[in-house]
Design a protein around this ligand. Structure first.
Ligand code: ADP
Length: 352
């Protein structure tokens, strides 16, 4: 006779490759039901953007099929995004499971472009996603998302604007464009906190925050105010003259904010006419820097006219041309980020 224990035992031999532990310890197997020679259960993934979902499902099926007496295995796949275990002194957005910041050492490296495309890519996979434009020096997310209208306010709270399946809000919505404000120190701290608590974010799996460039105050404010799972750093290959990048990474680390990994943007250019690839800004610098600093390298994105046009026209490339190579690259990076988030959350759970 097939028993629950035997099924659990078989599944405890299947590893979640990204998370480095077995599915049973990770509580990813639920609702086992046995009827005659049929075994049914639910496989609960830690993110809808799980890069290895098919592989894990196949391994589960194989493991259970090997049990004597089993003829039929039925797996229902569900998702339950893990929550950040980071406990800020005061959590301003309790309904958000994970806050992921996107930062850069310098401006103009494509940080906002990456933030927009990964937010939309995660939403396309079925996650509940928010996007907060905290780049006070150039709040251009409304343009990139294709919606610059003023958000609706009810009882002193703002409704986020919904576009491409993502709820977003921008610093630019609070401050008219022509108002020159020098945001720094306490003012910046107050502004960011206001954006977090005065926007009705609702239940979110991921809130992606587009940081101002540099290693400044905002990540620190975030880590004190929300469940900040970590930061993704965007860089171009040439500025990663290793020394500079490593110095910056050290500074991020010293501020106590976990780094989920590095993204190399504007990595190379493929000529649409002849197909020849050119490494305009050199290539591979970010991967080397990530390796040296002992942190994950999340992937590289080419320079592509369609990325810039998508940004200017408010339709990110993952929407307008989902099969294009850069869109595939953005989706893979989004999946790797989601995997890093799950991994950190599961590891912190193990420690608590
Ligand atoms: P940052 O947020 O770092 O200041 P942005 O995301 O605003 O940078 O990007 C700066 C400009 O470069 C934008 O016009 C954007 O569309 C463009 N851009 C960013 N990444 C790419 C890319 N991989 N290929 C082509 N254009 C890009």
């Amino acid at each position: 006779m097939i028993t629950n224990e035997a099924v659990l035992d078989a599944l405890s031999r299947v590893q979640e490759p990204e998370l480095g532990a077995d599915l049973v310890s990770l509580r990813m197997i639920r609702n086992i039901q046995i009827e005659g020679d049929r075994v049914e259960f639910t496989l609960v993934l830690t993110t809808p953007a799980c890069p290895l979902a098919m592989e894990i499902q196949e391994q589960c099926e194989e493991a259970v099929r090997r049990l004597p007496g089993v003829r039929d295995v039925r797996i229902t796949v569900a998702t339950d995004v893990t929550s950040s275990a980071a406990l800020p002194p005061e959590n301003l957005v309790q309904t958000v499971k994970n806050v992921v910041a996107v930062g850069s050492v310098k401006g103009g490296v494509g940080k906002s472009t990456v933030a927009v495309n990964i937010a939309v890519a995660l939403a396309q996979r079925g996650a509940a996603v928010g996007l907060l434009d905290a780049d006070v020096y150039g709040p251009d997310i409304p343009m990139m998302m294709g919606c610059e209208r003023t958000p609706v306010q009810t009882d002193g709270k703002f409704q986020p604007i919904v576009r491409h399946g993502v709820r977003f809000f921008s610093f630019g919505c609070l401050v008219p464009e022509e108002t020159p404000i020098i945001w720094r120190g306490p003012l910046l701290h107050t502004g960011i906190r206001q954006l977090l608590k005065d926007v009705l974010w609702g239940e979110l799996d991921y809130l992606i925050v587009d940081l101002p460039p540099g290693t400044g105050d905002v990540p620190l404010t975030l880590s004190q105010s929300v469940a900040l799972t970590g930061t993704v750093i965007v860089t171009t290959p040439q500025q990663v003259a290793l020394r500079v990048a490593l110095k910056a990474l050290k500074m991020w680390r010293q501020s106590g904010v976990p780094i989920l990994g590095l993204v190399e943007n504007m990595s190379y250019f493929v000529c649409p006419g002849c197909g020849i690839r050119t490494d305009i800004f050199d290539s591979g610098g970010a991967e080397r820097a990530a390796r040296e600093a002992g942190m994950p390298f999340l992937g590289r994105i080419p320079i592509d006219l369609r990325i810039r046009e998508g940004g200017d026209q408010g339709t990110p490339i993952v929407i307008v041309d989902p099969r294009a190579d850069p869109a595939v690259a953005f989706r893979e990076i989004a999946s790797r980020i989601a995997a890093q988030v799950s991994m950190r959350n599961v590891m912190s759970l193990g420690r608590s």
